[in-house]
Write a protein that binds this ligand. Structure first.
Ligand code: C2O
Length: 547
């Protein structure tokens, strides 16, 4: 195997955006951080040096981490944080997946600025299952705060209310010329007429799903979350935080300038959000300077367009790494995704009462509000058999039965008060799991991007309203379902996914809207070792950070 060795220095750094200067945490001095290029089958070795005044860990979002769970990265899940002044070496193999993934900090809100693309190309001598593009271009969509993001998060957590919205969206770190003081902070892509470009679109925004369009051009989707799809032609791409979408763009229009634009998809009514648009400019070589053409933007609440995009994608069964979805299911789980309330003062934490009804916001899966341990990572507890770090009683079903999508359930304290715990679901090695994710209408219903660490799942079906097992089973696509690591569970609806737990370790599953993670919209799978040595988690690396 070829082993790219990479050094990452994470440091505070002052940059100017939106008419001001701001100190941000950045990798090797750049926003976004460096793009890492590997080939399928490579071993990647990344030395991370934490020169921040904060704790840090880095997650390799979407990487299978087969037998390398110690390198997955989430703080208190697979490691303790890298303390200021310390370092840790992440070492893992990239086998069995190709396409666009990314890496990001997995501590507080640092990922707002500590992130970058991870591009896995085919091995030498192998090619893409689509015509070779002329050039490949990472497009990282992000969010910008005129503030220190760690402070923004902490203010939210201490007040118990929702934290401040961002001040701008960004394309490759640039807000674009529709924002004040930003005409020289606009991403530009020069294209040659007639050539085809592979855009590797990543939604690295913290809290917003985004529509992405290019004036006068269609895009052909060929992969999502580093899994090939059947080609799908569309004029709009929808990406939830955590998701990636690879599209082919052919420069087949008159030589001129065209905007690419991203604006939020906000599925919940009545909450304040940043309804602005980030732009980049595609300029045809040799075109006369002109005002770029603007695409027609989707309305922020255009759920039909989002749903059409998300449900029309299918997996490429002839792709090099296609695995069919499990037919037999060992563990049937029904998980409710809820935003709720937590009483103040009783639950520890520094929570006060800035939320509705003098309570604070909390979020839950099956009514359990997940709290990471603080003394030791869950993976160390698993490996060393330490009791008391987590409990294995995460239920396969929610404790309460009601109409999940009925807004009248809102503010009914007997339904929405959740308690904090560290409940995980234990799985036998190689068990097959089906999860029905049901989005509830407890406090305003919205679309939640649920991300599973360590695995891709197949998305069998999605819909609105309450999941109905007798009817909705017939909608399962068991032939060519899309594979993903992050599923945007439809607003007031449901999604059904399946995966095979063929990787021992501790794997978080959580909402990738960062505001919901500290509120507890998470759980974890603890996958036991198999019987043979090649199915057991090896011991941790020597330099694994200790708490
Ligand atoms: Cu991309 Cu647990 O995160």
């Amino acid at each position: 195997f070829f082993s790219p060795y990479i050094y990452i220095y994470v440091q505070n750094h002052t940059i100017s955006r939106l008419c001001g200067r701001q100190v941000i945490s950045a990798v090797n001095g750049s926003l976004p951080g460096p793009t890492l290029h590997v080939r399928e089958g490579d071993t990647l070795v990344v030395h991370v040096f934490n020169k921040l005044p904060y704790d840090l860990s880095i997650h390799w979002h979407g990487v299978f981490q087969l037998l390398s769970g110690w390198a997955d990265g989430p703080e208190f899940a697979t490691q303790c944080a890298i303390r200021p002044g310390n370092s840790y070496t992440y070492r893992f193999n990239l086998t069995g997946q190709e396409g666009t993934l990314w890496w990001h900090a997995h501590v507080s809100w640092l990922r707002a600025t500590v992130h970058g693309a991870l591009i896995i190309r085919p091995k030498r001598g192998r090619s893409y299952p689509f015509p070779k593009p002329y050039r490949e271009v990472p497009i990282l969509l992000g969010e910008w705060w005129n503030a220190n993001v760690v402070d923004v998060e902490n203010e939210g957590l201490t007040s118990g209310a929702a934290p401040n919205n961002s001040n701008a969206y960004t394309i490759n770190g640039q807000p674009g010329d529709l924002y004040p003081c930003s005409s020289n902070k606009t991403y530009k892509l020069i294209v040659k007429q007639g050539k085809t470009y592979l855009l590797r679109i990543i939604n690295a925004a913290l809290n917003n799903q985004l529509f992405f369009k290019i004036a006068n051009h269609n895009m052909k989707v060929v992969a999502v979350d580093a899994a090939y799809t059947n080609p799908y032609i569309t004029d709009v791409v929808v990406v939830a935080p955590g998701q990636t979408t690879d599209v082919l763009l052919t420069a087949n229009q008159a030589p001129a300038s065209y905007y690419m634009a991203a604006n939020p998809y906000v599925s919940v009514a009545g909450v304040p959000f940043d309804n602005t648009t980030t732009t980049g400019i595609i300029v045809y070589e040799g075109a006369k300077p002109s005002t770029p053409k603007m695409p027609i933007l989707q309305a922020f609440n255009d759920t039909p367009t989002a749903h059409k995009f998300f449900t029309n994608l299918t997996g490429l069964v002839t792709g090099p790494f296609w695995v069919p979805p499990p037919r037999q299911v060992d563990e049937h789980m029904f998980i409710t995704i809820g935003l709720g309330l937590i009483a103040c003062g009783k639950t520890g934490n520094n929570a006060t009462c800035g939320g509705p009804n003098g309570q604070r916001f909390g979020a839950s899966m099956n009514n359990a509000s997940f709290q990471l341990p603080t003394k030791m990572s869950m993976l160390e507890a698993f490996f060393n058999n330490v009791k008391g770090i987590y409990t294995t009683d995460f239920p396969n079903q929610p404790p309460l039965i009601f109409d999940y999508t009925n807004p009248n359930n809102s503010f009914n304290p007997s339904i929405i008060m959740t308690t904090k715990s560290t409940k995980v679901k234990k799985l036998k090695y190689n068990a097959t799991v089906e999860i029905v994710m049901q989005n509830t209408a407890l406090i305003g219903v919205e679309n939640h991007p649920i991300h599973l660490h360590g695995f891709n799942f197949h998305v069998l079906a999605q819909g609105f309203g309450n999941y109905n097992p007798t009817i909705d089973k017939n909608k399962f696509n068991l032939f060519n379902p899309q594979e993903r690591n992050t599923i945007a569970v439809p607003v007031g609806g449901w999604a059904v996914v399946r995966f095979r737990a063929n990787n021992p370790g501790v794997w978080l599953m959580h909402c990738h809207l960062d505001v919901h993670l500290p509120w507890g919209l998470a759980t974890a799978f603890v996958v036991e070792n198999g019987r043979t040595p090649s199915t057991k988690l090896p011991p941790p690396p020597q330099d694994l950070p200790k708490c």
